[in-house]
Design a protein around this ligand. Structure first.
Ligand code: NAD
Length: 447
């Protein structure tokens, strides 16, 4: 099948590369010429495990990149829209979706065969049918349903595991205006045999995506509220509490053999310094705003966002417990990305924390295995000294802050022992045993 993927960010590029790997002919479209050139040169503009290999294997044969959207639409059976859908402070910002819909509509005017336009971006329920479809009809002068199809196919990949998630999906949700659209989109996913496919209208498909992200964000804020309460009550460690909760057989089923299944959902039921990334914060806020416009109070999800907004403070409170004034205090920041295995820093809890350290004139060293370049864009402050090893970062530090659960930071206790250092360690992710260093503070233990 010939597929055009419009927008080559995390979702578009991963989708394009994986669909080419599965045997489709894919044209990736982006208005950012630097990205297009980089992809055509076989160099991924983003960091994702396994992406470079798959890109190199397919580029120039089944995969090509272009900035010419019209050619891509004319030469394909399906276009997948994967542009950004940010939150503008009040509601979802659909400007990129509108622009691409208009451009695809213009191209459809000259298209002879049937084509299915599919929204892969996360958009609030109703967007595909009431925003994208009318723009396509207006710009193409054609009728949806008879002359082209319109569908919605949300993406569930997780940054850091994007290739694995796309190649081995847990579900494929296909929304569409009619049977023909469903059938064309089913062909796109035909090489992914054995996966559960859910077919629905586009509005339901859009809602599945928001509901999934909102549930996970709720679990994190719930765990953080419990963790903060444990800390406030004293003599309770949130880790032990959540461990007891995880043992519920409805969360970690007990097999007849006595063995426990430990599902990934458990990792969302742990206290930390908050969620970030390009999806949870903006998607939950967009759903709240959309729900309020529909007359719903959205109280639970508003609390989820408020708890998360305040959570980075837990790290700073532990710092101020030991240092009333942090001016000149040598602080090593371990981890900047919003989660491990990605260079994405969008809405990372590290941002408000490091900004406070900068504002209070702390002496900051920072280390993230892959997010340094992103960080340099966000913190345009040359007072941060970026390091490239754990050893270099912690040398001379009075305080070490762990902000991202990178597995390489598990070496911290051993590294400190070898270097004969005993700084205060504030574990914003509770990834180290609390007795592993001389001076330890962590989220979910009393202040
Ligand atoms: P991104 O910002 O990384 O990439 C978007 C790309 O679209 C950019 O490269 C941009 O140049 C391009 N673009 C914008 N307007 C364009 C136009 N008119 N023509 C061509 N290209 C254009 O975004 P992303 O993180 O890949 O997210 C895309 C969508 O997928 C969002 O709706 C997001 O919520 C959703 N999503 C993201 C993830 C994730 O983990 N990042 C997971 C699931 C769903």
């Amino acid at each position: 099948m010939k597929i055009a993927v419009v927008g080559t960010g995390y979702v578009g590029l991963v989708s394009g590369v994986c669909l080419a790997e599965k045997g489709h002919d894919v044209l990736c479209v982006d208005k950012d010429l630097a990205k297009v050139d980089s992809i055509n040169a076989g160099i991924s503009p983003i960091h994702e495990e396994g992406l470079d290999d798959l890109l190199k294997r397919n580029i120039g044969s089944r995969l090509k990149a272009t900035s010419d959207l019209k050619i891509a639409v004319l030469d394909s059976d399906v276009s997948l829209i994967a542009v950004g859908t940010p939150f503008d402070g009040n509601e979802i910002d659909l400007r990129y979706i509108r622009q691409v819909s208009a451009d695809i509509g213009d191209a459809l005017k000259d298209k002879e065969g049937y084509h299915v336009v599919t929204v892969k971006s996360t958009v609030v329920p109703g967007t595909t049918d009431t925003v994208v479809l009318p723009i396509l009809e207006e710009h193409s002068g054609k009728n949806a349903g008879t002359e082209f199809g319109v569908g919605m196919n949300p993406e569930f990949l997780r940054e850091g595991a994007a290739i694995q998630d796309f190649m081995y999906p847990d579900r494929i949700v296909i929304g569409g205006i009619d049977e023909r659209t469903h059938s064309v989109l089913s062909e796109v996913y035909a090489p992914f045999s054995g996966v559960d496919i859910i077919k629905s209208n586009s509005k339901t498909a859009e809602m599945v995506k928001y509901t999934s992200n909102s549930l996970l964000a709720t679990l994190i804020s719930f765990s953080n509220e419990i963790g903060n309460l444990c800390a406030a009550l004293g003599d309770i460690d949130a880790i032990e509490v959540m461990h007891g909760v995880h043992m519920d057989k409805r969360l970690s089923p007990l097999l007849n053999s006595g063995e426990r299944v430990v599902p990934a959902i458990i990792s969302y039921l742990e206290a930390g310094c908050g969620f970030g990334g390009s999806c949870f914060p903006k998607d939950v806020k967009a759903l709240i705003s959309h729900g309020e416009q529909a007359g719903q109070s959205m109280e639970l999800l508003r609390a989820v966002i408020n708890i998360n907004r305040d959570q980075p403070r837990q790290v700073l409170d532990r710092l101020y417990k030991h240092f009333k004034n942090i001016q000149g205090i040598r602080i090593a920041v371990l981890g900047l990305a919003f989660k491990p295995d990605t260079d994405d820093m969008r809405e990372s809890p590290a941002i408000p924390i490091v900004n406070e350290l900068i504002a209070k004139n702390a002496d900051i060293k920072a280390y993230d295995p892959v997010a340094e370049e992103e960080a340099k864009i966000i913190f345009s402050d040359d007072r941060i000294k970026y390091c490239s090893t754990l050893e270099e970062t912690v040398e001379n530090a009075e305080v070490v802050l762990i902000l991202t659960r990178w597995s390489t930071f598990e070496r911290l206790p051993e590294t400190l022992r070898q270097m004969k250092l005993s700084p205060l360690v504030i574990d914003g992710r509770r990834m180290l045993p609390k007795d592993c260093v001389e001076l330890y503070e962590g989220i979910g233990i009393s202040l």
